[in-house]
Design a protein around this ligand. Structure first.
Ligand code: ADP
Ligand code: MG
Length: 602
């Protein structure tokens, strides 16, 4: 992106602040005029004093002149202060508003994107956040830069240059000849600076991440006694950071010195030329001061140029990533218009093929019917494509080939948001938001009252445990154990009360007792709903109405437990392996002994 593209993209965001900007531009003009007052007044002073000396006047006789001059200088300073104040207030207001508008716009935009967008590697949580934050931040400082630095400084410079040319063409010429040299130097400086700065930023990020990683993995570090190793890694990082910083200082120092030198050359040239012109009686003696001060006005902005240039460069770099996020229109979630009133909840998959955006073929020619109001289980080794199937049924992804029908209509034709209201999804690891337990459960139905929240929590067998927490339902949900968090997710599902339920290994992280409890409450909710369950626990699949066995993206068997077991193929293998892993022999022996014991007692 170049400078003008950014301006064009920013225009809609800045437009609401037209009035502020107009005021700011007006202030800029006043400020530029005020900046020329000093040279003009000084010239006038010197010339008047020279005149007074010639006329043989004393200091007392000149008080009116001195009062007049002081008055103008003070007056100018007051105007200056007011202008500066106004400019920075406007700049600040623009900055704050713009930054929040940009961030809000980005957030609103990405919320409309489909799941696939977030699953893509280049949009991983941290990366996306950095792009949005940095982008908004640097675009904001870009705008602030223009109004607080760039425009005022250049308005000053141009006005000063006009005055110089106006006073004498050659003096103006010298002042303007210095400019390109200056520009060139600043350009080089900013160019060199860019590389160094990028390196520095990378190192700083690594350093922050390094610290973050240490804190996060402290248990692993300590248990493997890797303190020395981590210390060394951090030390090396710090060293690199120090070197890069010193290098940056050095570069800057060299260039600043060069620029000061060139500036001095300019000053000297102007002194010589004006002195000559004064002696030649083409100018009054006040002109020397006049031109030196004006030249200072010309060179001041250029002295800052590398900094401004650098910041603009930074804005260019980051805004690209930012606008890329805003422009990802291809990622906007598709939605049909079919409404989902009175869904029966029958899914039918016909020759469904699906390949993930990264090229992994996850489903091949899948055909199945998930009958309305029944419970269906997907069974298969990990990586078989079970979760992928659920992703497709939730419309997170669309099949590449074939079609998915819901109650006879293509899933793509349904209104996506209405459809999702009808689907309850519980995953193996469910997201718990920062906030209280109550808030987290209420996410299932924002309008639910507290009694309903409690009722759902009871169904998920979580209520009694919450009652024992110090703040009960107001406790931080993220402090709950994995199994408890899982039941928060299930309570959320109960509160949502959808006609279609997808469960992806819902009890994988629960202990045995919780698993049994959750199974009971899930069994209770299954009535008259379409339920798809993925589970490794035999007990949960065994009494499903239909079981689909997946292998490497294909459905290889389907039927009831008894049918599939009798077939003696993949399902039986998986079933037997699960049974063996449970050590059923030993378990049944224990249970037998207990039974005999019980019988003996009777
Ligand atoms: P299961 O749930 O049966 O264990 P999945 O449906 O999660 O299996 O995965 C099926 C295949 O798709 C695997 O090869 C897996 O690596 C791949 N896969 C899963 N999720 C993604 C994703 N977001 N992007 C790319 N490939 C994926
Ligand atoms: Mg899975």
């Amino acid at each position: 992106m170049d400078f003008w593209q950014i301006i064009r993209r920013l225009f809609p965001f800045v437009k609401p602040y037209k009035l502020l900007i107009t005021i700011s531009l007006f202030l800029t003009l006043i400020g530029a005029v005020a900046a020329q007052v000093n040279p003009v007044v000084l010239r006038y002073t010197v010339d008047s004093i020279e005149q007074l000396i010639k006329e043989g006047k004393t200091a007392q006789q000149s008080t009116s002149l001195l009062l007049f001059i002081s008055g103008i200088l003070f007056g100018k300073e007051i105007i200056n202060i007011a202008v500066k104040y106004g400019q920075s207030m406007i700049g600040e207001r623009l900055r704050v508003n713009l930054s929040s508008n940009l961030a809000q716009h980005a957030i609103e935009k990405i919320l409309t994107y489909k799941y696939a967008f977030f699953a893509a590697d280049e949009n991983a949580t941290g990366k996306l956040q950095t792009r949005i934050d940095r982008g908004a931040e640097s675009l904001t400082s870009f705008v602030q830069n223009i109004f607080v630095d760039l425009l005022p400084l250049f308005a000053n410079a141009i006005l000063a240059l006009i005055l110089m040319f106006n006073a004498n063409f050659y003096v103006g010429l010298i002042a303007s000849i210095i400019m390109p040299i200056y520009f060139l130097l600043s350009w080089r400086q900013a160019g060199l600076f860019k590389g160094v700065r990028r390196g520095l930023r990378g190192l700083r990020e690594q350093k922050t991440n390094g610290l973050f990683n240490i804190i996060e993995s402290i248990i692993v570090i300590k248990s493997f006694v890797r303190e020395e190793y981590e210390r060394g890694k951090q030390y090396q990082l710090q060293q690199n950071l120090i070197n890069a910083q010193l290098k940056q200082r050095k570069t800057n120092y060299v260039f600043d010195a060069l620029k000061t030198f060139i500036e001095q050359v300019g000053v000297v040239l102007i002194i010589i030329l004006t002195a000559y012109l004064v002696l030649d009686q083409q100018m009054t003696i006040g002109a020397i001061m006049f031109h030196i001060l004006l030249f200072n006005n010309v060179s001041a902005p250029i002295r800052q140029l590398h900094r401004i240039y650098d910041q603009i460069n930074e804005a260019l770099t980051y805004s690209e990533g930012f606008f890329e996020v805003l422009d990802a229109d291809f990622a906007i979630e598709e939605s049909g218009s079919l409404i989902t009133e009175n869904l029966r909840g029958e899914f039918e998959l016909k020759n469904v093929d699906f390949t993930y955006p990264n090229g992994i073929k996850a489903l091949l020619d899948v055909n199945m019917t998930i009958p309305a109001g029944k419970t269906v289980a997907f069974v298969g080794l990990s990586g078989a494509g079970k979760s992928t199937l659920l992703n497709l049924l939730c419309k997170f992804y669309a099949p590449n080939d074939g079609e998915i029908l819901l109650d006879g209509k293509n899933l793509q034709e349904y209104d996506t948001r209405l459809l999702r209201r009808k689907i309850g999804l519980v995953l193996q690891k469910n997201h718990i938001f920062r906030g209280s337990i109550e808030e987290n459960i209420r996410y299932g139905n924002m309008r639910a009252n507290f009694e309903e929240v409690v009722e759902a929590t009871k169904q998920a067998y979580l209520h009694d445990q919450i009652e024992q927490l110090p703040n009960k339902y107001q406790n931080d949900a993220q402090q709950l154990s994995g199994g408890q968090q899982q039941r928060v997710a299930i309570a959320r599902l109960f509160l949502k009360n959808p006609p279609i339920i997808f469960l992806d290994e819902p009890t994988a992280s629960l202990d045995a007792i919780a698993t049994e409890q959750v199974k009971n409450s899930l069994d209770a909710i299954k009535e008259n709903r379409t339920v798809v369950i993925i589970s490794h626990s035999i007990s949960q699949i065994i009494d499903s109405d239909v079981i689909f066995v997946l292998k490497e993206g294909r459905v290889v068997e389907s039927g009831t437990h008894d049918e599939l077991y009798a077939k003696g193929k993949t399902y039986r293998e998986i079933f037997n392996a699960s049974a063996r892993s449970l050590n059923l022999d030993r378990i049944s022996k224990t249970l037998e002994i207990e039974n005999t014991f019980d019988t003996n007692l009777k």
